[in-house]
Design a protein around this ligand. Sequence first.
Ligand SMILES: C[S@@+](CC[C@H](N)C(=O)[O-])C[C@H]1O[C@@H](n2cnc3c(N)ncnc32)[C@H](O)[C@@H]1O
Length: 245
Amino acid sequence: MVTSRTAVYSDMLTLQTKLQFPFERHFFSLPGWAEARTVLDFGCGNIAYATLLDDLFPGKQFFCVEADSEMREVAVRRSRPNLHVVGQLDEIPSDVRFDFNLLRLVLLHVAEREAVYKFVSARSEIGAKLLIFDAEDDLLAFDPQPREFVSALRALRAQSKNRALRPLLPNELDAYGFTLQYEDSIVVNNSFPHAGEDLFKYMYRTAELGVGSPLPEVIHRELIEWWMGSPYVQYGFFGQLYERS
Ligand SMILES: C[S@@+](CC[C@H](N)C(=O)[O-])C[C@H]1O[C@@H](n2cnc3c(N)ncnc32)[C@H](O)[C@@H]1O
């Protein structure tokens, strides 16, 4: 049974995948992805992202790990024969080795990062890649500022464990045999034609996750009036690609 919060979260993840993938695409043209055959997708959410990757780059096996039982239910419903959804890392068969590991927008929610690193390191072949996308909140900007929305966003962000991982990860991962090869900041903004109404819907879902659904009238009204005024909005995150040595 999936509650309305999970339905909102799942819808938000689908919008996020659609909005952001064009800006993440170049990471998948770097050495490592094309030849990867076995992929770990840790914190897979509703598997919208893994499904998109499978559509665009067929022929890989994905092991998708989702801790939240309701979100996992959504993921299982959408799974495919080559997309294996489990609840924990130790449910992945012990003989499975990964040549690509994806941690997309999940480490910010994880209190025990070392346990994840330990697993990924133990199950990765030499030369395997680790791709991380995570929060870079300083890239957020509005013109004008939707004040009520920003306070809802603050409430959502306060639920994260750590939203400032970018400078910490290279040293943390070096201790597990992963060397940083490439990194980039990624900025999404509503000047890009493909963003369109999806960016508004994405913000709306984000506010609902922060303060509950249905949105309080004051935020609902502000967001609609703000959007009708042709505002500018941008947000961003970072990507880092590592190699196992
Ligand atoms: C922001 S979502 C990102 C989902 C997906 N990676 C994507 O890019 O669309 C983070 C997901 O990680 C899951 N998650 C958080 N901590 C986890 C853990 N320790 N193990 C597995 N999944 C976890 C959450 O339940 C949530 O569904």
